[in-house]
Write a protein that binds this ligand. Structure first.
Ligand code: ZN
Length: 344
């Protein structure tokens, strides 16, 4: 039996008005450093870990984290606030940055309203891989936005609603939560953040931490929400983001030209010299619809459009050249059972 609790939370995260200089979370040498075993191809000095196909070894995933971030106490100004670095400090998220105000990275929660300079990186400036690692424990994927974390190994001591309350209390510290789903008696919860960036932060902040019962949480990316309604909503959301991104980047003349091409394909043939009368009787070139001011450019564009339309006809392609939506995420076929055992 599983109790499913879904709810939208309208709590806006409190913004600290005046940030003090960030405190040093640990003294150098305070945290016991363990040699990172080579699990990937590339060693990242800053993150003290292997990147590129790395895999969390079962040992590191089952030892409780020695430190934990406390946003209220630890957040503050660092060098990044003066240099303009937009990425968060991974050690800060894990509660063990010894640099404090001297750190080159931000010691605050990621700000979802500010677009990161590079969408192929996560909020800690780590490269996202082309797809998730098999165990869904990695950085994430740039092929889709995932805002939902899988939280395993929860020690349940009450009802599903009570567990949800505990999960919320611990996870709301890392950003605004959209919904929480608890699978009662399964030791599992799903936490969906409003922003992907907060999910990224929370994943690091809560890895191998405890809730109320001294457990060692197993925090991973969730696979796609199997609920068809949220799937459709997510698709629409991504389409909207894709459209905005493309329109922001594309030359408006190309956008107009694409619109014209679509019109051509719909059988609305544009003639070079076709002149229509508008309501006042003044001649109005139909190519005005292209909204291209310069007549020479318009002629060139039209020439190009006809050329491409011809090629398409010959090749039998009907799909538009520009996709306003990101490619659909690869279907993984992963169910809950594929997360591995959480009983141990
Ligand atoms: Zn730091």
């Amino acid at each position: 039996m599983s109790s499913i609790v879904t709810e939208t939370q309208a709590v806006v995260p409190k913004k600290q008005k005046k940030l003090k200089p960030a405190r040093k979370q640990v003294k150098p040498g305070e945290v016991e450093k363990k040699e990172a075993p080579q699990t990937g191809k590339e060693y990242n000095i800053w993150y003290n870990k292997w990147a590129g196909g790395d895999r969390e070894d079962s040992y590191s995933n089952k030892v409780k984290s020695q430190t934990r971030c406390n946003i209220k106490k630890d957040a503050g100004l660092t060098r990044a606030n003066t240099t303009g670095v937009k990425y968060c400090c991974l050690f800060f998220a894990r509660g063990c940055c010894p640099y404090g105000w001297e750190c080159e990275y931000l010691h605050v929660l990621p700000d979802a309203s500010i677009a990161l300079p590079d969408t192929s990186k996560d909020c800690f400036a780590r490269d996202k891989f082309a797809d998730y690692r098999d165990d869904m424990g990695g950085v994430g994927s740039f092929q889709r936005q995932n805002r939902t974390l899988y939280i395993g190994r929860i020690k349940e001591t009450g009802t599903g609603v009570e567990t949800e309350e505990v999960v919320r209390r611990h996870f709301k510290e890392w950003g605004e939560i959209e919904k929480i789903r608890v699978l009662q008696y399964r030791s599992v919860a799903f936490v969906t953040y409003v922003s992907e960036l907060n999910a990224q932060f929370a994943k690091e902040a809560m890895a191998c931490q405890s809730l109320d019962n001294d457990e060692i949480l197993n925090v991973r990316w969730a696979t796609e929400d199997p609920n068809p309604t949220s799937k459709i909503q997510e698709k629409r959301r991504l389409e909207e983001i894709g459209r905005e991104a493309i329109q922001a980047k594309m030359d408006p003349r190309i956008v107009d030209a694409m619109r014209a091409l679509r019109a051509l394909e719909d059988g609305d043939v544009l003639e070079d010299n076709e002149v229509v009368q508008d309501e006042d009787g003044a001649p109005e070139a139909k190519r005005r619809r292209l909204e291209i001011e310069d007549a020479t450019e318009a002629a060139d564009a039209l020439e190009g459009l006809k050329y491409f339309a011809e090629i398409r006809k010959r090749n039998g392609f009907a799909s538009p050249a520009v996709r306003s939506t990101p490619p659909p995420p690869p279907s993984q076929g992963l169910g809950l059972a594929d997360y591995g055992s959480d009983e141990d």
